[in-house]
Design a protein. Structure first.
Lengths: 396, 287, 287
């Protein structure tokens, strides 16, 4: 029993929130959370860096203006949820117990879904004891999650619109290509939804004949059968809805079996360093629609500042950057008090402010906000070229 | 029909990777009777360690990376022995099991921390070699893996049955106390055998990385499960059994995938395992 | 305060998972199937409250009964295998159940949306607690009610002849058999009780996370299930509780201030714990 009591005491002592350091100036807290463990660790690292970089820039420009006219600095914290539902929920409850105004995250769609489930579904529903905390997602991209709760908002690209545009553009650029074959990670919620609900559908709508698709699992290592099916189909375009590890495995097998489609299309979130780290040579020429590339002045600046905080700028981390500036705007327009005693009222104001937004400023241009709290972000197409993601076509 | 034969041969060849990791598993679990759940993680970790040579000598050939993985495997094997089996009393296999789980988590985390979880391109030998017979193709690099497995098997059998160390290892695993009474230093023998299985694991990890084309922390869990299945089907402790079981599991896996699709494939592999457990619990070859 | 209630909820659910393995480990069977019974309970209870509109208590009861039934079905074939083979067989069973749920679709239209498990997508919107206005504190007390019940039951078993018989089988089967203990009855009953506890734990887990999918019930969860009783010690049920507090409150939440080091320390501290106290925090020998 003594050991048990000791363990409990230590645990409680260690979990107690240490609170912000004694500050002469006012601070408002925005806490990010995401995966800093496992195969998605790079996402968490980059989002954290982007948030810190954005806060740094905002603070250098004077900070945010509170309701009483005073200025406050933004303090950013980032918690690791290890891409598991239980920890994500625990982390959000922890954030709720601090004086953070809003939580930015999560990285993983399989965390976002349960997380949004514990939030209050409709605001002002007294019978719903769900958590009342605004969550502004930067990365978790699986289609249709924000409508789970009115406290959930996302700033992630709309894959349906992007792939629609991509296939339309491909039709004009490669008029001889008329058939399409897919490859899909069956057990990864995002990849699966992206193929069946988005890519396949949009390809057909744009006049492509979908000859079929091959399936595999996210940690598969042998793709011989799948690529053989692909080879037999002999489609002009091959679209792979999978994450970097299996994408690389499939691309290497394609090279081995001599499968060379006219056009290779990839999954949005694979347009990052990971794919190039795993198989730059085989990924050469792969086209992916993305919501970020450093083509604008703000984009280049964001990328440089984030690099100073040791993070890479890609569509995911730059969404976190954008979120910080959107939140600054909301804090100021909704007249947040920044007072600890008004915390819950402030959080409600942030939620209402985010819900009111019809458009926000993005790093590629203006982002429209939809009625179900999602984003309609401007996008462009990149392709892998000599070990880098270069802009192929900018529809803007 | 041709599709079926091709599927079988594709699976059979990829089974060479399972055979290679299976040999190590059966040695550790079957010959030494140690529940070492960190074995696959240590092998993958050794493969990663093999990549460390690349920044030191740019353009290093693939076999040099494999050699580094081989050596790193031995070091990691010894570390696993030290942290999980040296201090924990032999009569407490559960504690050792849990310690190996801790090592598995630790090795995984070290890999994730040093690579930020991103897949790492792995050099390969003969990965562009495809033997063709009309419509039929065979992967050259997997034939190499199969060859290496057979070589390892010969080497290990020679070690176990023709050397004093092998004799001592078998003695210690059968009756540790009696072996001690004969003057065998149990700690030294166990440590050395762990180093040897670690070296083997390093080669297995490197060749698996080469066959897949990229290393990722995602490899650890499925390899652990496959290794265990191969060990049981092949017969605990039987090295030739592990090789044949490896090929068998690879072939069946692909056949199941051909007929029932990828989501049900692993379910059938489990059923195959259960079939063996019910009808032939000692595996293909009794040890 | 909400955070501490939430943490207590997690600890309660994990304690139930650990206790389900505790009773089976007492009989000397190392089981990697507890996550499977957990999954069965989770899907069953979730489907009953969401699709069937059942109140939570009967839904959890049904989850427990189904968990027990599945465990009973596993218990009989498990008698035929021992040691490592049992580990592999239960691991394979666990994976089999996970793969079953990966392929399991059962959707019912409620209004204009469809609810229910959808294979790889999972089972979303299990919001019984939130929809019925339960606060985090109330849910925590509810969960801990079950934990206290399970601990009391197991404590009572330990103090009774049944507990002595369980431990006798765990220590030396042959000796137990020779004094007339019915091995089958003991081992299968322990497995069944474990399955019932896991089923209830799983049902609570589903309502705690509001969204379950096959990947939640993987090998890692099965490993955690046996980790708690092993790290805590098999002396009594408080060992498992201590281990859950150690892992969930200290390692996972408490070490957060260490940032990135937390994950590295996780595995390292488990290795250390096993080396320093191989019989668990509270020890394994009965008082």
């Amino acid at each position: 029993m003594k050991t048990l009591a000791f363990a409990v005491a230590t645990a409680l002592a260690a979990t107690a929130h240490t609170g912000s350091a004694f500050a002469q100036e006012k601070t408002v807290h925005i806490t990010g959370f995401g995966a800093k463990s496992g195969v998605v660790r790079s996402f968490g690292i980059n989002s954290e860096a982007a948030m810190l970089a954005a806060a740094d820039m905002i603070n250098k420009q004077g900070g945010v203006k509170l309701a009483d006219g005073s200025k406050a600095k933004i303090a950013v914290d980032f918690l690791d949820d290890r891409c598991t539902a239980e920890e994500g929920i625990s982390v959000l409850r922890r954030i709720y117990g601090t004086d953070a105004l809003v939580a930015v995250g999560p990285t993983c769609s399989n965390v976002a879904e349960p997380l949004f489930g514990i939030l209050q579904k409709k605001v002002d529903d007294a019978g719903d004891s769900g958590l009342q905390m605004p969550v502004f997602t930067d990365v978790a991209i699986k289609v249709g999650l924000a409508k789970i709760s009115e406290w959930a908002f996302r700033n992630v690209p709309n894959e349906t619109i992007m792939y629609n545009s991509l296939f339309y553009w491909l039709k004009t650029k490669y008029p001889n290509a008329s058939t399409l074959y897919g490859g899909v990670e069956e057990d990864f919620a995002h990849s699966r939804a992206s193929w069946y609900v988005v890519m396949k559908d949009r390809a057909e709508v744009n006049g492509y004949k979908v000859l079929g698709n091959s399936k595999w699992l996210l940690n598969d290592t042998n793709f011989a059968t799948q690529v053989r099916e692909m080879k037999a189909a002999n489609a002009d375009i091959v679209a792979i809805a999978a994450h970097p590890f299996t994408t690389c495995g499939v691309l290497k097998e394609m090279q081995r079996q001599g499968v060379k489609p006219k056009v290779l299309v990839g999954l949005t979130s694979s347009s990052s360093l990971e794919t190039l780290q795993g198989c730059a040579k085989q990924a050469e020429g792969m086209i992916i629609p993305t919501s970020f590339a450093p083509v604008t002045k703000e984009g280049k600046q964001a990328a440089e500042t984030t690099a100073k905080f040791k993070g890479a700028a890609d569509l995911h981390s730059m969404a976190a950057w954008e979120n910080m500036f959107i939140l600054k705007q909301v804090i100021e327009s909704e007249k947040i008090s920044g007072d600890k005693s008004q915390l819950q009222a402030d959080r409600r104001k942030i939620r209402d402010g985010l819900a009111k937004l019809k458009e926000t400023k993005g790093l590629l241009g203006v982002t429209k906000r939809t009625d179900d709290r999602e984003a309609d972000k401007p996008y462009l197409f990149v392709h892998a070229s000599k070990g880098e993601w270069k802009v192929l076509h900018n529809p803007l | 029909m041709l599709d079926f034969i091709q599927a079988v041969s594709d699976g059979l060849l990829f089974g060479a990777t399972y055979a290679l990791i299976g040999i190590g598993f059966t040695l550790v679990f079957g010959v030494m009777h140690k529940l070492n759940l960190a074995y696959a993680a240590a092998s993958v970790g050794a493969a990663y360690a093999g990549l460390l040579i690349l920044p030191l000598s740019a353009g290093a050939p693939a076999w040099l990376v494999f050699l580094c993985a081989f050596l790193a495997g031995g070091v990691i094997g010894w570390l696993v022995y030290l942290t999980c089996f040296h201090f924990i009393p032999l009569s407490n296999p559960l504690a050792a099991l849990m310690a190996t789980v801790g090592m598995l988590l630790l090795i995984d985390e070290i890999i994730v921390h040093s690579t930020a979880g991103m897949p790492q391109n792995y050099p390969a030998m003969f990965d562009d070699v495809m033997l063709r017979a009309g419509e039929f193709t065979l992967r050259g690099d997997l034939l190499l893996v199969a060859g290496v497995s057979i070589l390892c098997m010969i080497g290990l059998l020679a070690l176990l049955y023709r050397t004093r160390l092998g004799l001592a290892t078998r003695a210690v695993s059968q009756q540790a106390v009696a072996a001690q009474l004969c003057g065998i230093r149990v700690g030294r023998v166990n440590g050395t055998t762990f180093v040897i299985t670690g070296l083997l694991g390093g080669i297995a990890g490197a060749l698996i990385g080469a066959s897949v084309g990229a290393l990722s922390p995602l490899l650890t869990a499925p390899l652990t499960v496959k290794g265990l299945i191969v060990t049981v089907i092949g017969g605990l402790g039987s090295i030739p059994g592990a090789i044949i079981a490896g090929f068998l599991v690879g072939a069946f896996e692909n056949v199941f995938q051909q007929f029932r699709g990828v989501t049900e494939r692993d379910l059938y592999v489990m059923l195959l395992l259960f079939a063996f457990l019910i009808f032939r619990p000692s595996g293909l070859f009794r040890h | 305060m909400d955070f501490y209630y939430g943490l207590a909820q997690t600890m309660g659910i994990h304690t139930l998972l650990g206790l389900s393995a505790y009773i089976v480990l007492l009989t000397g069977q190392v089981t990697m199937a507890q996550a499977a019974f957990f999954a069965v309970g989770a899907y069953a209870a979730g489907m009953l409250t969401v699709l069937g509109g059942w109140p939570i208590l009967p839904a959890l009861g049904a989850g427990g009964v189904l968990g027990a039934a599945t465990a009973c079905a596993v218990g009989f074939p498990a008698l035929r295998v021992k040691g490592l083979m049992l580990v592999v067989a239960t691991l394979a069973f666990g994976e089999g159940v996970r793969l079953f749920f990966f392929n399991f679709d059962y959707q019912v239209a409620k209004g204009d949306i469809k609810v229910g498990p959808l294979g790889g997508e999972g089972f979303r919107q299990i919001r019984y607690f939130q929809e019925n206005g339960w606060t985090t504190g109330e849910a925590m007390l509810f969960i801990w009610g079950f934990v206290v019940l399970a601990m009391a039951a197991l404590w009572w078993f330990d103090r009774s002849r049944y507990g002595a018989v369980l431990r006798a089988v765990g220590e030396d089967e042959l000796a137990a058999q020779s004094v007339g203990v019915n091995l089958t009855a003991v081992k299968v009953s322990a497995m069944t009780v474990g399955g019932a506890i896991a089923g209830i734990g799983g049902g609570l887990y589903a309502h705690y996370t509001t969204h379950i999918e096959h990947a939640n019930f993987n090998v890692l969860l099965a490993t955690f299930a046996i980790a708690y009783p092993i790290v805590g010690g098999l002396k009594n049920v408080f060992g498992t509780l201590a281990a859950v507090v150690f892992v969930q409150a200290f390692l996972i939440e408490g070490l957060r201030f260490l940032g990135d080091w937390r994950n590295l320390l996780f595995g390292a501290l488990i290795v250390a714990a096993m080396n320093l106290r191989p019989y668990g925090f509270l020890g394994g020998r009965r008082a």
